[in-house]
Design a protein around this ligand. Structure first.
Ligand code: PGA
Length: 250
């Protein structure tokens, strides 16, 4: 069975003080979540402060991006070694906002994944189509191509540390969620692609999250779908009560 993964992606939000307040409230409200994994991905600036607060709690720590080199002359970049050093367990890679604003393409995404895995960080590979691509009937082709390119060169053992997040771009931050049926259809297509690439066992074990306007009032229906194994939550992760309700999906 796949353990669901509910992850909050704060994007470029929250000061360190706000992060601490949120984390304390989240830990207090989580209770027994042994049947699911819960993760928060704050900005880099809050990682070092949150790491000791989250230690030995059910809330795991992750980062929103990583660079592919270990160290060196890369002004402004953060390496997988640095994230590991801080106690991060996960890193989001290839988010559509990185692809749109920071030039992350499939080849860069693949390099980042390989680097993150090399340091024992679990990678959440984000994929998703734009509105014109969906309207043009290309959604599945685009998304499965992103999956293939992002995972190029990986072997079955490395896939144990991969999570895929399907995030249709038109659903991110818009309040316009994919229907549960449409999301399920894409998740099934992604899983079929994984069968072709890595075989049945790997494909059956890999978690595929849905992201894009996940809210307290739609999470239960999304999570009830056969191939939806978690949520990557942006806007609704900022208010801790909303995130807790999502983490406690039924
Ligand atoms: P959203 O963002 O929940 O605000 O739509 C999701 C994401 O970008 O991960």
């Amino acid at each position: 069975m796949r353990t669901p993964l509910i992850a909050g992606n704060w994007k470029m939000n929250k000061t360190v003080a706000e992060s601490v307040e949120w984390a304390r409230a989240c830990i207090a409200g989580l209770g027994d979540v042994s049947d699911r994994e819960v993760l928060v991905c704050p900005p880099y600036t809050a990682l070092a402060t949150l790491a000791p607060l989250l230690e030995a709690t059910p809330l795991a720590l992750g980062a929103q991006d990583v660079f592919y080199a270990e160290k060196g002359a890369y002004t402004g970049a953060i390496s997988p070694l640095m994230l590991k050093d801080l106690g991060c367990r996960y890193v989001i890679i290839g988010h559509s906002e990185r692809r749109q604003h920071f030039g992350d393409n499939d080849a860069i995404v693949n390099k980042k994944i390989v680097a993150a895995l090399g340091h024992g960080l679990k990678s959440i590979l984000c994929v998703g189509e734009s509105k014109p691509q969906r309207d043009g009937g290309e959604a599945e082709t685009v998304v499965t191509a992103q999956v293939r390119a992002g995972l190029a060169g990986l072997d079955a053992a490395q896939m144990e540390k991969i999570v895929i997040a399907y995030e249709p771009i038109w659903a991110i931050g818009t309040g316009d969620t994919a229907t549960a049926a449409d999301a399920q259809a894409m998740h099934a297509a992604i899983r079929a692609t994984l069968v072709g690439l890595f075989g049945d066992t790997v494909a059956a074990a890999l978690r595929i999250q849905y992201g894009g306007s996940v809210k307290p009032d739609n999470v239960d229906e999304l999570m009830a779908q056969l191939d939806i194994d978690g949520a990557l939550v942006g806007g609704a992760s900022l208010a801790v009560e909303d995130f807790l309700r999502i983490a406690h999906f039924v």
